[in-house]
Write a protein that binds this ligand. Structure first.
Ligand code: NAG
Ligand code: NAG
Length: 434
């Protein structure tokens, strides 16, 4: 039995190696769209018959944002932010529909650095109005399942049942606020009730890839670039890279020219803005198909090392492993009735945060988390009193990593917990020493 399991696992692994080209996703994700993550709602969600839901741990990427840096010569007009409905209330009227402040990004015409900013009302990496709406919609979908359909959460907000954690960045905090407004609109709140938004200090944040926590990250990731997987990827994307480099005017700029620079094109693609064209030939433009491919390939140095190459297991320990121990710990606390534990946990995080959990639990060819993408981990009690965990990503049950010997439709809690715990570094500081 043991031998059979092992050999099946390695057959599965070999065939994954063969078919799972970087950027090629499992066909269950054929409705994947980087610009819009998919979250189940009451129409698509399937309860497990006869099972009782005990705990939900929901991970959500922030919504649509503008690029995370100003690219040299970006001539787009990012007029995508600054909805009048502000989300930071300075007064104590927390649920007021009429904002008390309104922020405005200034256009300092007389600044000698004026050419280093872009046009429009968004600052670097800011959540756009589209992103606000997306995360609000996640809250609405989640409400339709866990409040309306399953009655797992009550109709009216009870802050004792919800734990929220966001990262230190403004866009995840804002995304959390919008999601919570969709989950519990003001008509379902007692005025004055306050939801705590918990955040780790940036210096020790462990749900993002962090060189603060792990100075050795670059050298741990590095062997990946010598793998056939990466070299093939580089070769088969080289023409696209050369084309985008030329169009963006960075063909000889070593700071940028070794990437597909998808982050520079994303906001344009997702917000139906014109894609970049060459400054010397206005008919030489990046097509939507090229933009999609460039975006898919741009995070290769993030997701690749966790899935392909000899360094994979170590990479997973020092990335997702820094956080994933929290998952079983909190499940067990809820099942034991620990009064400080909450049945609904909501993490407002980044693409990397979700992907590094997926790298551990899922078969390698899952798509990179798009805007407002969600991963839901649900713990159920079955009729025989045993506990199982289900994982739903992009609205589909996650295909388990071959090393995780269960189906994520209903993975026995003991197996799931032990597997996650096996990735927690026993001495992270030693593994991360440079
Ligand atoms: C990037 O620019 C450097 C310096 O000009 C050059 O040597 C290198 O070949 C370029 N890389 C690509 C991928 O174009
Ligand atoms: C301009 O770009 C188009 C599309 O790539 C190409 O067909 C054409 O030859 C280019 N013109 C010049 C003068 O390079």
């Amino acid at each position: 039995m043991h031998i059979l399991r092992v050999s099946l696992a390695s057959v599965a692994f070999l065939s994954l190696q063969a078919v799972a080209q970087i950027g090629e996703y499992d066909p269950i994700y054929n409705d994947y769209d980087y610009c819009q993550g998919i979250t189940s709602d009451s129409k698509t969600y399937k309860p497990i018959p006869g099972a009782t839901l005990k705990k939900v741990q929901l991970f959500m990427r922030h919504g649509d944002r503008v690029p995370s840096m100003v690219f040299p010569g970006d001539d787009a007009n990012y007029n995508l932010c600054g909805d009048v409905a502000e989300n930071h209330y300075s007064g104590d009227d927390l649920l007021s529909r009429t904002p008390t402040v309104q922020s405005k990004i200034m256009d300092p015409q007389d600044s000698p650095y004026h050419n280093r900013m872009w046009k429009g009302n968004c600052d670097i990496g800011q959540l756009t109005n589209r992103g606000k709406q997306q995360t609000y919609n996640v809250g609405k979908n989640i409400r339709s399942i866990y409040v309306d359909m399953l009655k797992f959460l009550p109709k009216f907000l009870n802050t004792d049942l919800i734990y929220v954690r966001n990262t230190y960045s403004v866009r995840t905090r804002e995304s959390a606020e919008h999601m919570l407004n969709g989950l519990y609109p003001s008509t379902f709140r007692v005025p004055g009730s306050v939801i705590e938004l918990n955040a780790f200090p940036e210096a020790v944040e462990n749900i993002v890839l962090s060189r603060n926590l792990c100075p050795a990250l670059p050298s741990i990731f590095k062997p990946f670039v010598s793998t056939p997987t990466f070299l093939n990827f580089f070769k088969s994307n080289y023409a696209l890279m050369a084309k985008t480099n030329n169009i963006l005017g960075i063909a000889n700029n070593p700071q940028y020219n070794n990437s597909l620079n998808g982050d520079f094109i994303i906001s344009r693609l997702c917000n139906n803005m014109p894609l970049p064209c060459s400054r010397t030939n206005s008919t030489d433009c990046i097509t939507p198909a090229e933009a999609t491919k460039a975006i898919a390939g741009s995070w290769v140095m993030s997701y690749g090392p966790m899935r392909w190459g000899p360094q994979t297991e170590k990479v997973k320990r020092v990335s997702g492993g820094m956080f994933v121990g929290t998952i079983p710990k909190n499940i067990h606390a809820t099942l034991k009735g620990d009064p400080s534990s909450r049945p609904f946990e909501f993490y407002s995080v980044h693409d990397q945060s979700i992907d590094q959990i997926m790298a551990i639990i899922a078969a390698p060819n899952s798509p990179w988390p798009g805007y407002s993408a969600t991963l839901a981990l649900e713990t159920f009690e079955l009729a025989d009193k045993s506990y199982v965990v289900r994982a739903i990503y992009e609205g589909k049950t996650v295909k388990a990593h071959p090393d995780l010997q269960c189906s994520l439709e209903a993975c026995p809690l003991d197996i799931f917990a032990a597997f996650l715990e096996s990735y927690v570094p026993s001495d992270a500081q030693a593994e991360c020493n440079v």
